[in-house]
Write a protein that binds this ligand. Sequence first.
Ligand SMILES: [Fe+2]
Length: 223
Amino acid sequence: MIEFTPEGAYANAALSPLEQQAVKWLDGFYQLEHLLCTRMWAMKLTPEASAEVKFASLVHDAERFFPGGPPSTPGNGFDDPDYLFAHSTRSANIVEEWLRARTPAPEDNFIRRVRHLILRHEIGGGWEADFVQAADSLSFLDSLDWITVDWVKNGYYTIAGAREKLDYTVERIRPSNAIAAALPLYESAVCALDAAHESGHDLKKRREIAGSRRYLLGLGKVN
Ligand SMILES: [Fe+2]
């Protein structure tokens, strides 16, 4: 079943000043909640997560906020490397450009490591990238279950087609603690998807919440 995230769910996220700026930058992006949720999962999976792991988790899908990227509903399967590489590279470039435009800009080493992790967020490789990928997967199941229902309702995919995204999302996870955490989320996302045609949820509202910094951080009327 699709949950509506409570207002202020990420009020205690303890974002660094740079992370706060990034959330402002991406305010209005329908995947903002997914990004905050990915950072949360990265920290749950690896309490010792580095600043780079946390930051990369928070911005890994940034490119989808800016028109001109590859379609996020690919026609050649969700594991199509052409899509995955185009998406990851574009995100890494956009984030690097944004980081370099900060005053003062973060250290070169930080930017390089963040770039590396964003480039690998779909494919993993190396334990930190494996955790970012796992956190992204868990976060998709946790915070974006509604989007697979939306895809079906809008005719992008059949239920079976959208299910491939959920299957792929779970199958690619490597760390065993993340696999264990993913299974109940997967089950509930599959149930929501199976009921897509009967779903009476206001998905427009759900999408709005998912992109609202004010709502997610519980900032009330302050912007
Ligand atoms: Fe993601």
